[in-house]
Design a binder for this molecule. Structure first.
Ligand code: AMP
Length: 286
């Protein structure tokens, strides 16, 4: 059956109701579109684990901070449709902003889902103030609209994944979160919709982000577990055209900052190449 694009919540609810009453297990993959193979890996996972898969394509205004790229974020529904089709997704839910936030004049009027401050005052949350409030709010809305049995999220956005899992637990959403590994280009560059903004030259500089993370992984294997020393290694190796926003080491299970790698850890980085903000991370097993 060919893929269906649905713009209205009421229409999607009807479709889901029918599928659920036929005993189908529903899968959801929330995205902002401009789909690539990273997204496709999530879709394939969802299709594998559910009988009926919905992906959402929605550039969510409330998760962008002032001055960020909301207006220029690539909107590519035609090619998104082809990629979703190739993964055997059943429905693309592509609502308008007004459909998701009807009549809203300012986003401060909205009831929001807000993660704990300590978990957002680090990594991406520190510079993108309010970003994760916007993410958790839209994901909660999507969970309520689609009522999925499973939902797939990528380890590319590792802080987001941690916060979504916590939200599901804290707020008793009846959904199983499936974590999907970070997908890279052969060069090592983490796939991202924002890679589209990079010139060839900037793409070369951007490679230094994953290279530096891999170097840190090697250093830990060679016995360097002091995160200050690891940060020094990063700073001396990162390409000078890459402007570091943060390089942080946290415990994978708690997201607490660590001074030494003596438990499975995440080393996460955000950096700018030109105007483009990129994120990447590695999991360090010890
Ligand atoms: P986005 O469209 O950027 O909001 O991402 C939608 C979902 O795709 C999120 O769960 C991301 O973590 C995931 N995703 C994006 N890029 C990748 C990647 N390179 N590898 C794995 N998952 C990804």
């Amino acid at each position: 059956m060919s893929i269906v694009i649905v713009n209205k919540i009421s229409e999607l609810r009807e479709i889901i109701k029918k599928e659920k009453s036929a005993g189908k297990k529903i899968g959801l993959v929330p995205t902002m579109g401009c789909l690539h193979n990273g997204h496709k890996s999530l879709m394939l996972k969802a299709v594998q684990n559910a009988d009926f898969t919905v992906i959402s394509v929605f550039v969510n205004p409330i998760q962008f901070c002032p001055g960020e790229d909301y207006d220029k974020y690539p909107r590519t529904l035609d090619s998104d449709k082809k990629i979703a089709e190739s993964a055997a997704v059943d429905v693309i839910f592509a609502p308008s902003v007004n459909e998701m936030y009807p009549g809203l004049e300012k986003f401060s009027d909205l009831t929001m889902v807000v993660p704990p401050y300590e978990l957002t005052d680090i990594m991406c949350g520190k510079s993108r103030v309010g970003h994760f409030d916007g993410v958790e709010t839209v994901v909660s809305k999507l969970f309520n609209i689609v009522q999925p049995d499973i939902a797939c999220f990528g380890m590319k956005d590792i802080q987001q994944l941690f916060l979504i899992k916590k939200m599901v637990k804290d707020l008793n959403f009846p959904v199983e979160i499936i974590e999907c590994p970070l997908v890279r280009e052969e060069s090592g560059l983490a796939l991202s919709s924002r890679n589209k903004y990079l010139s060839e030259k900037e793409k070369e500089y951007a490679l230094s982000i994953s290279k530096t993370l891999f170097l840190i992984g090697e250093a830990v294997k060679n016995g360097i577990i002091d995160t200050k020393k690891l940060l020094d290694i990063a700073l001396t190796n990162l390409n000078k055209n890459v402007e570091l926003e943060y390089l942080e080491f946290v415990n994978k299970d708690t997201f607490e900052k660590i001074d030494e790698i003596n438990h499975t850890a995440i080393c996460a980085m955000a950096a700018r190449v030109g105007d483009v903000r990129l994120i990447d991370n590695i999991i360090i097993e010890v």
